[in-house]
Design a binder for this molecule. Structure first.
Ligand SMILES: Cc1cc2nc3c(=O)[nH]c(=O)nc-3n(C[C@H](O)[C@H](O)[C@H](O)COP(=O)(O)OP(=O)(O)OC[C@H]3O[C@@H](n4cnc5c(N)ncnc54)[C@H](O)[C@@H]3O)c2cc1C
Length: 234
C-alpha cells in the first residue's frame, strides 16, 4: 500500500504526487503504474499513470492532470490528501523506456500531460550524467499549462527545448498559436539518417498525428516509440 507524502502543484489543474511505497522494486524511465482507488463501499477504479522521475528508494512520483468529470483524476487532484493510502501496481512497460546506457540521440515529443514519462527520461539522463543528445518538443495550450516549468528553465547541457503553443503565446513572442506540423518537425527533429530514437507521448489523436508526420518525413517506424494517454478532447 502506498501513502501520499508530498504534493507539488504544477499548473492550476495538474499536480505531482509523491508517494512512499514500501518495498518498491525500482523502475525505468518511461514506465508507468496502475493506481487503484477503493471507496468505502468497496467500489474500485483503476487508471494508469506514468512515473515522472527515476527511482529514489521508496519514493514514487506521478503527475496527474485533472480531467473534467474524471473519476480518478478529479479525486487525485482534489480531495486526495497527505497520508491517504492508495494501491499502486507496477512498474509496467518494457518498450517505451529509455536507459542511460543508450548513447543514441533522443527526440522527445510531448502533448500536454504526455510530458510526464519524457520528464522521467530527462531526469534519468541528468542523474546518470549521460551525454546522449536530447531534444524536447513540447506542445501545450498556453504558457501557464507547462509542467515542470522552473526545472526546464534551468539549462541542461545537451538538452534543447522547443515549446509549441496551441492557444496562447507567451507575452512578447511573435507569431500565432499553432499545432506541431511538418515544418515544426523539420526544424526540430534531426534528419532520419542521424539515427535518433523518438519517444512520443500524449493524447491519442496527438500521438497519431505526430507519428504520421514523422513517417511522412522519412523516419523509420521502428525508430518511433509511442505512448497514448487516452482520448483527445480537441
Ligand atoms: C500508459 C498510460 C499512462 C498515463 N499516464 C498519465 C499521466 O502521467 N498523467 C495523467 O494525467 N494521465 C495519464 N494517463 C491517463 C490516465 O490513465 C486517465 O485516463 C486519466 O487520468 C483520466 O482518468 P479519469 O478516471 O479521471 O477519467 P474518466 O472517468 O476515465 O473519463 C472522464 C472523461 O474524460 C475523458 N478522458 C479519459 N481519459 C482522458 C485523457 N487521458 N485525456 C483526456 N480525456 C480523457 C473520457 O473520455 C471521459 O469523457 C495515462 C494513461 C495511460 C494509458
Amino acid at each position: 500500500m502506498a501513502r501520499l507524502a508530498e504534493i507539488r502543484q504544477e499548473t492550476a489543474t495538474a499536480r505531482t504526487l509523491v508517494f512512499h511505497v514500501a518495498g518498491w522494486p525500482g523502475h525505468l524511465a518511461g514506465q508507468h503504474v496502475d493506481v487503484r482507488l477503493t471507496a468505502a463501499d468497496g467500489y474500485t477504479a483503476q487508471r494508469s499513470y506514468s512515473l515522472a522521475a527515476p527511482p529514489d528508494r521508496d519514493r514514487v512520483e506521478l503527475t496527474v492532470q485533472r480531467v473534467p468529470d474524471g473519476e480518478v483524476s478529479e479525486h487525485l487532484t482534489g480531495p486526495y490528501a497527505i497520508g491517504d493510502p492508495v494501491e499502486i501496481r507496477g512498474p509496467i512497460g518494457g518498450w517505451f523506456i529509455w536507459q542511460p546506457v543508450e548513447p543514441e540521440p533522443v527526440l522527445l515529443v510531448a502533448g500536454g500531460s504526455g510530458i510526464v514519462p519524457l520528464m522521467a527520461m530527462i531526469r534519468a539522463r541528468r542523474a546518470a550524467g549521460s551525454r546522449a543528445l536530447f531534444r524536447l518538443l513540447y506542445s501545450v495550450r498556453t504558457p501557464a499549462e507547462r509542467y515542470y516549468a522552473e526545472e526546464l528553465r534551468t539549462p541542461y547541457a545537451g538538452l534543447d527545448i522547443t515549446y509549441v503553443y496551441t492557444r496562447e503565446l507567451p507575452e512578447g513572442r511573435a507569431g500565432i498559436p499553432r499545432r506541431i506540423d511538418a515544418a515544426t518537425l523539420n526544424a526540430v527533429a534531426w534528419p532520419p539518417e542521424f539515427g535518433a530514437t523518438t519517444y512520443l507521448c500524449g493524447p491519442t489523436g496527438f500521438v497519431e498525428t505526430v507519428a504520421d508526420l514523422l513517417l511522412s518525413l522519412g523516419h523509420a517506424a521502428q525508430s518511433i516509440r509511442t505512448e497514448r494517454f487516452g482520448p483527445s478532447r480537441d
